[in-house]
Design a protein around this ligand. Structure first.
Ligand SMILES: C[S@@+](CC[C@H](N)C(=O)[O-])C[C@H]1O[C@@H](n2cnc3c(N)ncnc32)[C@H](O)[C@@H]1O
Length: 234
């Protein structure tokens, strides 16, 4: 395996900024509310997890970043899903934050400290071994280090076949990082999805919408979070 190239991060008023992509990791107004609005609500997780009948629910993400989406989804799972069910959260990340930058990013969210401490403690192992269990084994995190399309292509060829229940499409804006928003990624997503699978993303770029539709997804638009006019979900 090639050596891991960590993210080059600078700090702007305590917020992580990517030097590689010249973009922010999350909304500077309120990253917590943005994740809730864009990824948890648009994937309708509240209604799907209430009385959830299956043993496991799988979320797959592009761009783990600071793990904010992961941690809020995990917390919401622990708060709302039936105790017997487990969450599997898969995330592909090309440039993982260094453990030091990860700790620094989480200083910003003191209310989530009990959760972020668990993530920070397991993060080096997740990068090294790809797989960790947290929160009394109720949440499994699989970190796929590398390009998202390539990582999900490997996953779609694995047996037994993985079925993703909800996709979180993150990965910086299509203008700043066009490489991740490619048809090859959306085709792999389709292979890992079924008719009950949902997706959500902060962007409403028409190229993303067209390519998702070409891959077989039903795509809807709604108002975006804060200053973003529109976002996509389906
Ligand atoms: C906006 S940040 C993600 C924020 C993240 N979801 C969070 O909760 O903090 C985008 C992430 O996508 C990663 N990324 C960029 N291009 C990628 C690619 N081709 N494949 C996988 N990850 C990529 C970046 O390194 C960065 O961590």
């Amino acid at each position: 395996m090639p050596p891991v190239v960590h993210a080059a991060v600078s700090w702007q008023n305590g917020l992580a900024f990517s030097e590689q992509y010249q973009d922010v990791y999350y909304n500077s107004d309120n990253g917590l509310q943005e994740t809730d609005y864009v990824f948890l609500q648009a994937n309708r997780l509240a209604e799907r997890w209430l009385d959830y009948p299956n043993a496991s629910f799988t979320i797959a993400e592009t761009g783990f970043g600071t793990g904010l989406n992961f941690l809020l989804a995990a917390k919401f799972w622990l708060d709302t899903a039936p105790i017997k069910a487990n969450l599997h959260f898969i995330s592909a990340e090309k440039h993982p934050l260094s453990p030091l930058d990860m700790s620094k990013a989480w200083q910003q969210w003191p209310t989530l400290k009990p959760f972020s401490e668990a993530l920070i403690a397991h993060y080096p192992k997740a990068i090294e071994q790809g797989d960790v269990s947290l929160f009394n084994q109720r949440v499994r995190l699989s970190l796929l280090i590398g390009d998202a399309a390539t990582a999900y292509q490997s996953l779609s060829q694995q047996q037994p076949k993985i079925a993703v229940d909800a996709w979180f499409l993150d990965g910086f804006s299509p203008a700043k990082n066009p490489d991740i928003w490619q048809g090859s990624l959306f085709q792999q997503m389709a292979l890992l999805s079924n008719i009950h699978t949902s997706f959500a993303t902060f962007t409403s770029a028409s190229a993303v919408r067209r390519q998702l539709m070409a891959a077989g997804f039903q795509v809807n638009k709604q108002a975006g979070y804060a200053k973003k006019r529109e976002m996509l979900y389906g």
